[in-house]
Ligand binder design. Structure first.
Ligand SMILES: Cc1cc2nc3c(=O)[nH]c(=O)nc-3n(C[C@H](O)[C@H](O)[C@H](O)COP(=O)(O)OP(=O)(O)OC[C@H]3O[C@@H](n4cnc5c(N)ncnc54)[C@H](O)[C@@H]3O)c2cc1C
Length: 223
């Protein structure tokens, strides 16, 4: 699973300037009152200023993760590699460890460790199945059968690549929902990478503090 950050448009200052236009104000330097304002905006549901910055990622994830990410739609647009045109059938996600189904949640997996030998047994069976599928897929392709049909047999663990562009607000919603413990671990992993990439830009330090890292909310001031 891999996230790359390709483009970034905007920063914390862009957000507070979008908010302050209500008062006909514009600043050229970010200061501590702006940090407070960002918290105030978040706390009071003034989300539109956070929609001005835009970010573009390239994500390389298994199809079952892509499907979960694509449920996030507002303020986001995606283009994916196409199995109709390209044979990308050679890379599959294989967990080191299978997780047991959680008993108290329908969605998640349990923290209980799987038996080592059962894990190894199913890892081997799973690898064998993938080899068989690839073999049949390649036979179809060699026979001249269209990729758009041959791909029907490929499993959800197949890796796919897509470009995802969206507003910072959309990604903040994604971070909120997909970094929680009830989100699927593989999805959490790639969304965690995305958050880290945004953090490393250093452009949204106070926004991330208000939305993701900081728990305390201050009163802000629109002036
Ligand atoms: C742990 C977990 C389990 C999930 N399980 C399932 C599942 O079993 N099956 C399944 O299908 N999905 C499932 N989802 C997906 C979930 O229902 C959302 O579709 C997904 O999280 C996207 O969130 P969102 O709607 O906030 O994102 P976006 O689509 O980006 O929407 C952003 C915000 O816009 C608003 N909005 C969006 N669409 C509308 C609308 N039509 N009308 C009014 N307001 C709108 C909402 O306020 C929304 O929060 C799961 C998500 C999580 C995190």
């Amino acid at each position: 699973l891999k996230a790359e950050l390709l483009y970034v448009f905007g920063d914390d200052l862009m957000i507070v300037n979008a908010a302050r236009v209500s008062y006909g104000k514009h600043k050229s330097r970010f200061d501590q009152s702006d940090a407070k304002l960002l918290k105030y905006l978040k706390e009071h549901g003034h989300t539109s200023p956070f929609r001005h910055p835009q970010l573009q990622f390239r994500l390389h994830v298994p199809i079952f993760v892509e499907r979960q990410l694509f449920k996030h739609q507002v303020g986001l647009t995606a283009n994916s590699i196409s199995g109709r045109y390209v044979d990308f059938s050679d890379e599959y996600y294989t967990p080191n460890e299978f997780r047991l189904q959680s008993k108290d949640s329908k969605q998640g997996s349990s923290d209980e460790k799987i038996d080592y030998y059962i894990n190894e047994k199913y890892r081997i069976e799973y690898a064998g199945l993938i080899t068989q599928i690839r073999h049949l897929y390649n036979k179809f392709i060699d026979e001249g059968i269209a990729k758009e049909q041959a791909r029907m047999m490929l499993p959800l663990s197949l890796y796919t690549t897509f470009i995802w562009t969206g507003s910072l607000a959309a990604y903040l919603n994604l971070f909120d929902l997909r970094l929680k413990p009830d989100a699927q671990q593989e999805t959490r992993e790639v969304v965690g990478q995305m958050l880290e990439l945004v953090r490393l830009t250093g452009k949204f330090t106070y926004t991330l503090e208000a939305w993701v890292y900081g728990k305390t909310i201050d009163n802000g001031d629109m002036e």
